[in-house]
Design a protein around this ligand. Structure first.
Ligand SMILES: CC(C)(COP(=O)(O)OP(=O)(O)OC[C@H]1O[C@@H](n2cnc3c(N)ncnc32)[C@H](O)[C@@H]1OP(=O)(O)O)[C@@H](O)C(=O)NCCC(=O)NCCS
Length: 155
């Protein structure tokens, strides 16, 4: 198995893995991600990595360094990782995360973060197995209800 930067020719396989995992094919989204994290990412501390097994894309990971956001010194984020359901539990996810960690260390970053859904026990088990633990931060969110003043103004 090898891990390398994504190439345009990998995109169809990436899209297929994502669609298999999430049930939604998002071709336009992946084109945008490729433009942002695949090409043109040199020197910008962004990584879009693929793992190849038997000449096929078996998994991918996307991560980047975010500087001074959320009041934090430069920190690595992994915001997508997916392994082909037929290729799991063979160390591919570990290899992808390890490749990102190595790149982050080289840039001087000493911390890696991610966000995950509370009920996604699979990804939680995976990240815990890699040494990640609950962070001293909490995510917050709210529903953005329709703007009543805008609605009134339109009437
Ligand atoms: C999580 C995921 C990336 C793991 O990839 P993988 O290649 O199977 O992982 P690895 O083989 O490197 O496993 C490393 C460790 O993770 C944990 N792990 C992996 N699969 C697991 C499972 N099905 N159940 C429990 N723990 C598991 C184990 O601790 C494992 O170590 P072990 O093999 O010594 O037991 C993969 O299952 C996946 O893509 N899941 C869907 C991810 C997802 O929901 N993505 C959307 C949000 S970003």
């Amino acid at each position: 198995m090898t891990v390398r930067a994504v190439r345009r020719a990998d995109l169809d396989e990436v899209i297929a893995i994502d669609a298999a995992v999430t049930g939604i094919e998002k071709r336009n989204y992946w084109q945008r991600v490729y433009r942002r994290y695949g090409i043109g990412s040199k020197g910008e501390q962004r990584w879009f990595l693929v793992a190849l097994a038997g000449g096929k894309v078996a998994g991918f990971l996307i991560g980047e360094v975010r500087d001074w956001e959320f009041g934090s010194p430069p920190c690595g984020w992994v915001f997508a990782i997916d392994v082909d359901p037929h290729a799991r539990q063979a160390g591919i996810g570990t290899r992808l995360l390890s490749a990102l960690s190595t790149s982050l260390r080289r840039t001087g970053v000493r911390q890696l973060r991610t966000l995950l859904a509370r009920d996604n026990t699979l990804i939680l088990s995976f990240f815990r197995s890699q040494g990640m633990m609950a962070a001293p931060m909490i995510p917050l969110e709210m529903d953005l209800l329709p703007d009543s003043s805008a609605t009134e103004g339109a009437q």
